[in-house]
Design a protein around this ligand. Structure first.
Ligand code: G4P
Length: 528
């Protein structure tokens, strides 16, 4: 095992999360540039098309193409081997986005300095908190007018409920953006805008308090900076690596991804503050990544990447040991020994066959239709399971009807398979058969994907009637007769694919009504 100890030790596997447009793609691209994985800015493509996408199939197709090729990007930087997990964040926002966070060891949260904490960031952040993974904050676009820095930090603390510890501090913003003050080294890195603020790669370092600083950033800026730093030193949380690793404190960095300013400083600090893959909880206790042989779990399934073959690819996150192409493994949930076929890894835009991979890595393997999300793979003589991946609450619901009722069988097959992949969730009302199927999704674009796929992959045309429900709660109580629950008139009682009971609500307050009226009722935001 020692032979691959170093390989595992140098792995860093993280996801970048943000609200659309905050600069996730730009930051990813700059990180890849540092690693030499790409040699031209603008290579992480599909940005424009992705963003202005209308919900027609061509766009969905393109998007899926994009999200497939950029699912994981691996590159080396200094002695580290870095895996960046892409979290689809635009209109195709889906459960996959959440699940990806299950495979990451830490998260980088990109925030637009002029906007602060936005909607989608809040949702993604909640999932990170659920897993207690370290969260690092990169406040981006300082080359544009930004909100007051203290205000931004307050917002992160109050809206997201995590303590902040700025590692560096911006000097001005927009036209007056002069650079960044590093609190640790007490040095200033000067930002020089050139080419209309598009390029600024020059930086100079000077001690704060030095007479030169007035010349460097202007007396006013120097005064403001001194005041702010004094205030900050008195008020902000001290850096505490344990709190960071526990997800209770987020180190904050400032910069401008577009102009590549502050990005490498961020990367270096981030790498030194994060750890290689840590032991994961399993049915047989914690599994240490280094002292155990191969084990992994499935966190994402992508179907029909090649239409001619109806193929599916299961993305697995290696949790311990080493994977070698052709090795036999135990698929625990399927209770079967299998050989993982066509293992592939995604390097920036390229897909390549992998010969070996280590704990921390993500690989895609051919799925003949046997895997489900959350399944565990381990050595043939072992059979432990990793904790399953929770079902995340859908936020949009629709009733699905077939146009041609003769195609019942294909319809059920299609919708069940798509649900099994985890692209949608399906629910049934009590006392009705499968005639009435309610579909729940995290992002509305999933409805279009469903409609298209049913039609073109299964030959079934469907109509979707939007439903007004926005909140969903699983009933935690065992053996409860859901029909006896007293709920408000806007609440619907349904069950999921596994027969678990749950409630759909139009208004948030109806959740409280249900809890008030039914004394022992226990509700959960996540399914099992
Ligand atoms: P996303 O993946 O989080 O959705 O954001 P993305 O990186 O695509 O960035 C969104 C827009 O913000 C892009 O502009 C990008 O160039 C710009 N941007 C990113 N980082 C910075 C920054 O540090 N400063 C400034 N001023 N802009 C930044 P766009 O015009 O929408 O797209 P494009 O034409 O640049 O591709």
């Amino acid at each position: 095992m020692l032979e691959y100890k170093n390989e595992i030790k140098r792995r860093r596997t993280f996801a970048i999360i943000s609200h659309p447009d905050a600069g996730k793609t730009t930051l990813t691209e700059k990180l890849l540039l540092f690693g030499g994985a790409i040699n031209l800015a603008g290579s992480v493509k599909g940005r424009k098309t992705e963003k202005h996408a209308v919900s027609d199939w061509m766009e969905i197709e393109k998007k899926r193409g994009i999200s497939v090729t950029s699912s994981v990007m691996q590159f080396n930087y200094k002695d580290y081997c870095i895996n960046i997990l892409d979290t689809p964040g635009h209109q195709d926002f889906s459960e996959d986005t959440y699940r990806t966070l299950m495979a990451a060891d830490s998260a980088v949260m990109v925030i637009d300095a002029s906007k602060g904490v936005e909607n989608q960031t809040i949702k993604l952040f909640k999932v990170c908190v659920m897993r207690n993974i370290p969260i690092f904050t990169f406040i981006n676009k300082l080359d544009r007018e930004a909100k007051d820095t203290f205000e931004l930090l307050d917002e992160i603390e109050s809206v997201l409920g995590i303590r902040t510890c700025p590692i560096n501090w911006p000097i001005g913003s927009g036209k007056n953006f002069k650079g960044i003050y590093n609190r640790n080294s007490k040095r200033i890195t000067r930002f020089y805008a050139a080419n209309n603020g598009q390029k600024a790669l020059e930086s100079v370092e000077v001690e704060l308090g030095d007479a030169q600083v007035d010349t460097l950033i202007g007396k006013d800026n120097h005064d403001i900076l001194s005041e702010e730093i004094e205030l900050l030193d008195g008020a902000s949380s001290d850096f505490d690596l344990d709190l960071v690793l526990n997800g209770e404190l987020t180190p904050v960095f400032f910069g401008s991804a577009l102009t590549n300013f502050g990005v490498e400083t961020f990367l270096k600090n981030f790498l030194s503050m994060t750890t290689s893959p840590l032991p994961r909880e399993s049915s047989e206790g914690k599994i240490d990544p280094i002292n155990n042989e191969f084990s992994a779990f499935v966190f994402k399934i992508q179907a029909n990447m090649n239409k001619a073959h109806r193929d599916r690819i299961a993305f697995i996150r290696l949790c311990s040991g080493k994977f070698t192409a052709g090795m036999e493994v135990n698929h625990v949930q399927g209770n079967k020994k299998i050989r993982l076929a066509q293992p592939q890894q995604l390097m920036a835009q390229e897909r390549k066959i992998v010969e070996e991979a280590y704990a921390g890595d993500i690989i895609g393997v051919f799925d003949p239709g046997i895997f489900s999300i959350g399944d565990t793979l381990c050595m043939p003589d072992q059979k432990f399971t990793y904790a399953g991946i929770p079902t995340f609450s859908p936020e949009h619901f629709a009733k699905v009807r077939q146009v041609d009722t003769m195609k019942r069988k294909q319809f059920l097959k299609g919708i069940s398979q798509i649900a099994q992949e985890g692209a949608i969730q399906i629910f049934q009302e009590y006392n009705t058969g499968m005639e009435e199927i309610i579909v729940g999704v995290v992002g509305v674009l999933q409805f279009d994907v469903l409609k298209y796929r049913l039609e073109y992959e299964y030959g079934v045309e469907v109509l979707l009637d939007m439903l007004p429900y926005e909140y969903i709660r699983w009933v935690e109580n065992k053996n409860i007769d859901v029909n006896t629950l007293s709920v408000s008139s806007d609440t619907k009682k349904v069950k999921d694919l596994k027969g678990n009971p749950l409630l759909l609500f139009v208004h948030r307050w109806s959740i409280q009504t249900a809890l008030d009226r039914n004394k022992d009722l226990k509700l959960s935001e996540f399914g099992r």
